[in-house]
Design a binder for this molecule. Structure first.
Ligand SMILES: [Zn+2]
Ligand SMILES: [Zn+2]
Length: 244
């Protein structure tokens, strides 16, 4: 467990990160890990000094199995509400599947990842369907929803302007010391995904907390600006907008 701000603690389970947020109106969890991670997450909640039933809500950045794989079990054990963007809520509730990914231009790694595929996840009721722009002071005073589509249609981040901090799901990945676009194999709309990275670059972030890899605690804006420049190179003609 890694405390990344006065109110927010990172929990890493398997390959994915979740975040515990301690607000005035109780404890919230952002993302619910992959399948079979519930016990580990419960232990972390206890280690943070909380009883299981203090968890009031579970927010999901996006409906991929490595981020909501243990949602149903955690919801049942804690009685917490589930909040997600209205578009990815359709997937979480089992009404839709995620958009499919075109395999055009895949390299060996993309193909490998694509073939591993996503696991089946039991569907779960979403109690509050979030809009693309919304203040959520119940979770933490000053926290806002930011829509970051492309990796999924309903991916959202949670932005805390007063700390220049974003919990960004898979809008980018910070793997092996490199900040990159999310894996092609799981990103049906790469153009939208790049626009979402540009959007994040405009938030002037100090801290970037993603779904995979360590938190970038200082000068995240510089790292993101570098990535945007790279994506904007002639070999990446699909980036349609430049950062201001
Ligand atoms: Zn994802
Ligand atoms: Zn992920």
């Amino acid at each position: 467990m890694n405390r990344i701000s006065k109110y927010i603690t990172q929990i890493t389970v398997g390959i994915s990160n979740c975040y515990l947020v301690e607000g005035n109106d109780g404890l919230s969890l952002i993302d619910a890990g992959g399948p079979n991670n519930a016990e580990r997450i419960v232990k972390c909640i206890n280690q943070a000094g909380y009883d299981l039933h203090s968890l009031k809500r579970i927010l999901i950045t996006h409906a991929h199995s490595d981020h909501y794989g243990s949602l149903t079990e955690l919801q049942q054990r804690t009685g917490a509400e589930v909040w997600a963007h209205e578009l990815d809520a359709l997937v979480i509730e089992g009404h839709q599947v995620q958009d499919s990914v075109s395999q055009e231009g895949f390299n060996v790694i993309d193909r490998f990842l694509f073939n591993i595929g996503a696991s089946d996840v039991p569907s779960c009721t979403v109690h509050r369907k979030l809009k693309s722009v919304e203040a959520i002071p119940e979770v933490l005073e000053g926290l806002e929803v930011v829509h970051l589509p492309g990796h999924t249609v309903g991916q959202i981040g949670f932005w805390l302007p007063r700390e220049s901090l974003l919990i960004g799901g898979d809008v980018m990945m910070n793997i092996m010391g490199r900040l990159t676009q999310p894996f092609k194999a799981f990103t049906p709309n790469p153009v939208e995904s790049r626009k979402s990275i540009v959007k994040a670059s405009k938030l002037q972030l100090e801290t970037l907390a993603l779904g995979h890899g360590p938190v970038i605690e200082k000068h995240a804006d510089r790292r993101i600006a570098k990535l945007v420049t790279k994506l904007n190179s002639p070999t990446n003609p699909t980036l349609l907008e430049t950062p201001s």
